[in-house]
Design a protein around this ligand. Structure first.
Ligand code: HEC
Ligand code: HEC
Length: 364
């Protein structure tokens, strides 16, 4: 073949190829908005979708946060010196490599103490109406003060934790840049309020957008399979949705564990009663978020099962008084697995060294 003929053929092929691209992209334009971002550019650019009335809403991405504060909060989340032993961090029990939880029936704390309850995930925790199983902390900031001073968790106290940070010049500088220590407090004193505020700011960023189910909510029809979709319809029809709804697929109300049938596997943990001391609040718990649920076994406050299918069956039996067929359970579990989103990608922070005035770790 001579060069002239060859060039003509290539030009013709290129012409056909370009046209195919133009035609197919204009077809795609009809069904999907043009703006593309998120995983593989698959996220919808329009805010209104045909599924915006569904009782579960997608997680939206928020870029509007104080980066310096979040960065400081991240250091504190990974800071072992906030614990008495100098060894335990928030990440010990809310491991960001494993869905923001520790995958243990109950957490291991100071002096190897076993905690009384399963640790919930920190991922998407900002969507909870309050924090802890019994909702005893009103928000993430109030919550963050708890574990530092809990003898079964980090075993320290707020004065000690602050004095550790105060002894490290880098921390003093970061806190003062963010909170303006001198102007506000008349001295270079870090306080626990700032510590918990920064940790909470970091936790606010721990969201998991772009789950396959969220993409489906945004009209990307084939992002979930037919049987996953059937699982979602069952989740609605059977009544799970009454409690597990909203952006977090839970976290929006307190409900009795044992609505249809008394929950007999753990009668010692009283839930909301601990906060209100009202008899009617016994065995009432904050409804857990079901996002990333496949990552956070074991399930329930008492970790009574490791198996998500069994957890679904327990819910049907104790909350709804119904029995699911194996096929129904299987489909609901398939649906639940579509709720796993993009995990926060966290660059492991490098922490500043202790100084001669930093209190020494104490494992007793
Ligand atoms: C020793 C293990 C342990 C450590 C360390 C720990 N936590 Fe927790 N965390 C738990 C457990 C257990 C619970 C549930 C306690 C309850 O509800 O009574 C919990 C609950 C939470 C919750 C509430 C989530 C929800 O859905 O209600 C948040 C948020 C949280 N922890 C953040 C933190 C932060 C921030 C730190 C570090 C300052 C931290 N945790 C340190 C074990 C731990
Ligand atoms: C009446 C409210 C209610 C209904 C209906 C309900 N749940 Fe729950 N769900 C809860 C509460 C409360 C808990 C926490 C129980 C505990 O551990 O104390 C929970 C826990 C769970 C858990 C374990 C979460 C974890 O992190 O450990 C799963 C999974 C779950 N529900 C799925 C379902 C499914 C599937 C259905 C429908 C078959 C359903 N739920 C129906 C209130 C409800």
């Amino acid at each position: 073949m001579n060069i002239g003929k060859f060039t003509t053929i290539i030009c013709l092929l290129a012409f056909v190829a370009i046209n195919v691209v133009i035609i197919s992209s204009s077809v795609a334009d009809d069904s999907q908005p043009k703006v593309g971002y998120g995983r593989g550019g698959r996220m919808s650019g329009s805010s209104k979708s045909a599924r915006s009335d569904e009782p579960i809403q997608p997680i939206s991405i928020n870029y509007d946060y104080n980066r310096a504060k979040v960065e400081l909060g991240k250091k504190l989340f990974f800071e072992p010196r906030l614990s008495k032993s100098g060894w335990i961090t928030c990440n010990s029990c809310h491991n960001l490599s494993t869905g923001g939880a520790d995958n243990l029936p109950s957490s291991i704390g100071h002096k190897w103490f076993l905690g009384p309850i399963n640790s919930p995930t920190v991922l998407n925790a900002k969507f909870n109406l309050a924090q802890f199983w019994d909702g005893r902390a009103k928000d993430l900031k109030e919550q963050a003060g708890g574990p530092i001073a809990n003898p079964l968790e980090m075993g320290s106290n707020h004065e000690l934790a602050v004095s550790v940070l105060q002894s490290i010049p880098e921390y003093v500088q970061w806190f003062s840049e963010i909170y303006g220590l001198e102007e506000m407090y008349g001295g270079e004193e870090i306080n626990i309020d700032q510590v918990t505020d920064a940790i909470a700011a970091f936790e606010e960023t721990l969201i998991t957008p772009n789950s396959r189910f969220d993409l489906w909510l945004k009209d990307y029809d084939d992002s979930i399979s037919d049987s996953e979709k059937e699982g979602y319809y069952l989740f609605k029809e059977k009544g799970c949705i009454a409690c597990h709804n909203g952006v977090g697929v839970g976290g929006s109300s307190y409900q009795k564990f044992g609505m249809a049938k008394p929950y007999d596997k753990d009668t010692h943990t009283l839930g909301r009663y601990n906060v209100t001391k009202s008899e009617k609040d016994k065995y009432i718990f904050k409804v857990p978020l079901l996002r990333n649920i496949e990552l956070t076994a074991p399930y329930f406050h008492d970790a009574s099962t490791w198996d998500l299918s069994e957890a679904v069956n327990i819910m049907a039996e104790y909350q709804l008084g119904s029995k699911l067929t194996d096929d129904e359970t299987g489909k609901i579990v398939e649906f639940l697995r579509t709720l796993t989103g993009d995990q926060p990608s966290v660059i492991f922070p490098i922490l500043p060294p202790s100084t001669s005035t930093t209190p020494e770790p104490n494992r007793n």
